[in-house]
Design a protein around this ligand. Sequence first.
Ligand SMILES: [Zn+2]
Length: 290
Amino acid sequence: MPELPEVEGVVQALKPEVEGRTIKQVQLSEIIRFSYDEGKQCIVKQAEPDAFEMALSQMTITKIERRAKYIFFHLMKEDVSYVLVSHLGMTGAWFIVNTPDEINEEKFKKHIHATFQMADGGYLIYSDIRRFGELRFLTKIEDHAPLTKMAPEPFDETACDYFIAKSMLPKYEKKAVKEVIMDGQVISGCGNIYATEALFAQKIHPARKMNRISEKRKRALFEAIVDVLRQSIDAGGSTISDYRNINGEAGSMQNRLQMYGKKLCPVCGTGTSQMTIGGRTSVYCPNCQH
Ligand SMILES: [Zn+2]
């Protein structure tokens, strides 16, 4: 699943390619139409497929930014601004190509769900193999409440204090630390991979209750999360399954991971353990992490 560093990689690659360009027209896949009509899980949110296509035609992409694991495409048409919010789900990927045939991996080519034909030629394409991603068309961010409740960006100066304050609320203080740090209302963009890595770096057991961790240790943990996110951004993200950047390239952070997906602890050699916390599989070293 793409996490913050992977989404950052996508945004950095998209920015110079599409900012300032205008969309001529958009075409959604038959599967999107079918799933929308049947009331099933559908990539396109908050607009009917026809209305979505119509609304986006002739829009200019003024700016692209990442917020947590979302991509915001800021748009403008006839002096009115809009935003297209993209979440990559498990396997979403954006491509910029001269023709859709240029996507060289068959599995991505087969699962193209939104084709944006650009006014000056070429295509911006959204492909999603498992279709858990989202494309949400809004007049403003506030129109989708969950987007307004996100914690600050982890790199913001205020983010650590925000985490400390949230972690002491009754709602969170008795929960397992791993569940809390993965909650987007507490810390933005810390998914399973990076939560696992940061807890291992700080030798904290993932099931440890939040109120059993000192403030000093919480601050060190927060720094460890920021560190691992930055390292991963520098490495082009982690390619665990089907993440690709817009050039179809995979990241290399998976080669630097210490605990996520490991059978043996790289520090002490003990076999790792697994438990489910907050519905997610958590890997940890029973010897090093307490
Ligand atoms: Zn160990």
